[in-house]
Design a protein. Structure first.
Length: 120
């Protein structure tokens, strides 16, 4: 199944997990959009540096630590994703409560593991 995913906190550095996730999502034929602090292209996907009104987002996979997430709470909720994945190091009970209040599912998981085990 093709699920449109927003990689939030995308990096141009090949060793970063967000970069690896973009590559694996593309390899698995998922539609991918990405937001990060530096413009560039990873696996053919342009990393946006401005907050866009993406449509039909199934999954947001987070690669920002909890302290850096707070300014983006309203924006991420406004995208109305089906779920948000909190990758290792991004777990955030405050944001998770807001997601529950807005009927948005979330998982504390690793996108790379989910993809590698066909559980994505």
């Amino acid at each position: 199944m093709n699920k449109k995913t927003l990689v939030f906190g995308a990096s141009l550095k090949p060793m970063r997990y967000s970069n690896i996730a973009i590559n694996r999502l593309v390899q698995n034929k998922h539609d991918v959009v990405a937001y990060g602090l530096k413009e560039g292209v990873v696996a053919g996907i342009t990393i946006d540096t401005d907050l866009k009104s993406y449509e039909n987002i199934d999954t947001i996979t987070l690669y920002l630590n909890p302290q850096r997430q707070k300014p983006y709470y309203d924006y991420l909720i406004s995208l109305q994703p089906e779920r948000i994945i909190f990758n290792p190091g991004t777990e955030n009970p405050e944001f998770q409560k807001l997601l529950q209040d807005n009927d948005i599912e979330f998982e504390v998981a690793c996108t790379l593991v989910l993809l590698g085990t066909n559980q994505y």
